[in-house]
Design a protein. Structure first.
Length: 309
């Protein structure tokens, strides 16, 4: 195929893809029948959106879900000040950060994401999972690392391509559409890794991220930290009643590496990590979380925790 037809195919595909993504609206069969229920704005498959949804489901809080497009420019969110998801509205409050959402669930909706006896530890572990090395390396393996990107985000993008784009061209179209996002994520990952592991030394962060073995080792060490929080109880920090903030935050991140993000069906970026011998206990916890508290974006309607009718 010549360059001009390829360019036309790319233009048409990207135009239709963006228009279709921008046209997403609240879905009638998603959410709770309770008008007083929280409304959560999410991107399908987002680990940060999954964190909020996991907490709502695990603590039996009915809620509605609104899907928003991938394109920031096309999003219509409750807060004009922030283009990120998840966001949640409830009784006039607008929450624009996943951690704030979890605290609101405790303060206003009877959840126990931060049980009193381990509130500080749960908060620290939750923030560490969402803002630290784990979150950065999840982005790295899904967007920056070439093999991980091809397994996960590229494969998901190819699957979402319009019908008229030839399969042999779909990957190239996705690569072009994702180019700016991948570069942005690479800068973000470098900044977090430099800050958290190397006291701001960008050169050391670059050296680690350029070496697959060192990157994998940094990830495994970080996951070992979360594994060390597991006690005899089924959940982190010895919590027995329901998953705490540490559980939902770490689980949502881990699923982008070895799982499929529940019913979002996003391919894992690093599936071989599931057989890492140093993480046996963590992977057993991950399996139990998958069975007890599966990630569910779709088909929620009424009942406790948005149980499907």
């Amino acid at each position: 195929m010549t360059r001009r037809p390829l360019t036309l195919v790319y233009f048409a595909a990207s135009r239709l893809w963006r228009v279709s993504m921008a046209s997403l609206r609240p879905v009638d069969d998603v959410g709770s029948d309770d008008d007083d229920a929280p409304v959560v704005y999410v991107i399908l498959g987002s680990q940060f959106s999954a964190k909020a949804l996991l907490a709502l489901d695990a603590h039996g809080i009915p809620h509605r879900v609104v899907f928003v497009p991938l394109s920031r420019a096309a999003r219509r969110l409750p807060s004009d000040a922030s283009p990120t998801v998840p966001q949640m509205t409830h009784r006039g409050a607008i929450l624009t950060d996943s951690e704030d959402i979890l605290h609101h669930l405790d303060d206003s909706l009877g959840a126990s994401c931060f049980p009193a006896r381990v509130a500080r530890e749960a908060s620290e572990a939750s923030v560490r999972a969402s803002d630290g090395v784990l979150a950065a390396l999840v982005l790295h393996y899904n967007w920056v690392d070439e093999p991980g990107y091809r397994r996960s985000m590229r494969a998901a993008g190819v699957r979402a391509m319009p019908w008229y784009v030839p399969l042999c061209l779909s990957g190239a179209v996705v690569d072009r559409l994702a180019r700016k996002a991948r570069a942005s994520f690479a800068r973000r990952v470098r900044k977090i890794v430099a800050k958290t592991l190397f006291d701001g030394d960008d050169a050391k962060a670059d050296a680690t991220l350029a070496d697959p073995a060192e990157t994998r080792e940094a990830l495994v060490r970080e996951l070992e930290w979360f594994q060390a929080t597991l006690k005899e109880a089924p959940f982190m920090l010895g919590v027995a009643e329901a998953p705490c903030a540490a559980d939902v935050s770490a689980f949502a991140q881990l699923e982008r590496l070895v799982g499929t993000m529940g019913d979002a069906s996003v391919p894992p970026s690093l599936p071989e990590l599931a057989s890492e011998p140093r993480l046996v206990r963590l992977m057993a916890w991950r399996k139990e979380m998958s069975e007890r508290c599966p990630i569910r974006f779709k088909g929620k309607r009424g009942g406790r925790g948005g149980a499907a009718r």
